[in-house]
Design a protein around this ligand. Structure first.
Ligand code: GRF
Length: 193
């Protein structure tokens, strides 16, 4: 059984999609063992606790990136975590963290990367009059939203779209895409072990 941790900073709807998939047996031989937030007020924390998960707040405030990440890494290692899913986690990871879990950290981003990396990708899509956007799950490396792509899904941009309406339609697809991506990576992990 692979052991998954999810890192969040806010709402946590992708975290909930992953937990629901795991709890209804839709993840391939894996369980979610821990949800970590760097923000004490993240709404996702309550949603994780309601679903019976262990939650930890490891606050970024007052810690350097290296200190913060090393505290997260000890929590992951003491729970024997195999795979880490970033789900709206808003802090860039240190090189040491990425190195320690290379190929085992996933992120979801609401655009068709390499288009529109970084902040406000839905607004970037509208500002450039893109006809389609979408979402991407990728491995995390040292680049910003630039690691190897696992899977993507297109979402058409409508003429009357606002940032909000486009974000809602992309988010619906994110919730389906993330569990699929995790299953692809789990298949690889299970082949190796
Ligand atoms: C999602 O759009 C995700 O792609 C991006 O941040 C947002 C997080 O939303 N990285 P939620 O916290 O999962 O609801």
């Amino acid at each position: 059984m692979a052991r998954i941790a999810i890192l969040i900073s806010g709402r946590g709807s992708n975290m909930v999609a992953l937990v629901d998939a795991a709890q209804s047996g839709k993840l391939n031989n894996a369980e979610i063992v821990l949800v970590i937030s760097d923000q004490p007020n993240a709404a996702g924390l309550g949603k994780a606790a309601e679903r019976g998960l262990e939650t930890l707040v490891i606050e970024r405030a007052g810690r350097t990136r290296a200190e913060h990440d090393s505290e997260i890494m000890s929590a992951l290692s003491s729970r024997h975590v195999d795979l880490i899913c970033l789900a709206g986690y808003m802090r860039i990871l240190s090189a040491d963290f990425i190195d320690a879990y290379r190929g085992r950290i996933l992120n979801i981003h609401p655009s068709l990367l390499p288009l529109f990396p970084g902040l406000d990708p839905q607004k970037q899509a509208l500002d450039t009059s893109a006809q389609t956007s979408g979402c991407t799950v990728h491995f995390v490396d040292e680049t910003l939203d630039g690691g190897p792509i696992i899977i993507q899904r297109e979402v058409p941009v409508r003429e009357d779209d606002t940032v909000e309406s486009l974000s809602v339609r992309i988010l619906e697809q994110e919730h389906k895409l993330y569990p699929e991506a995790v299953n692809r990576v789990l298949a690889q992990i299970h082949r190796e072990t």
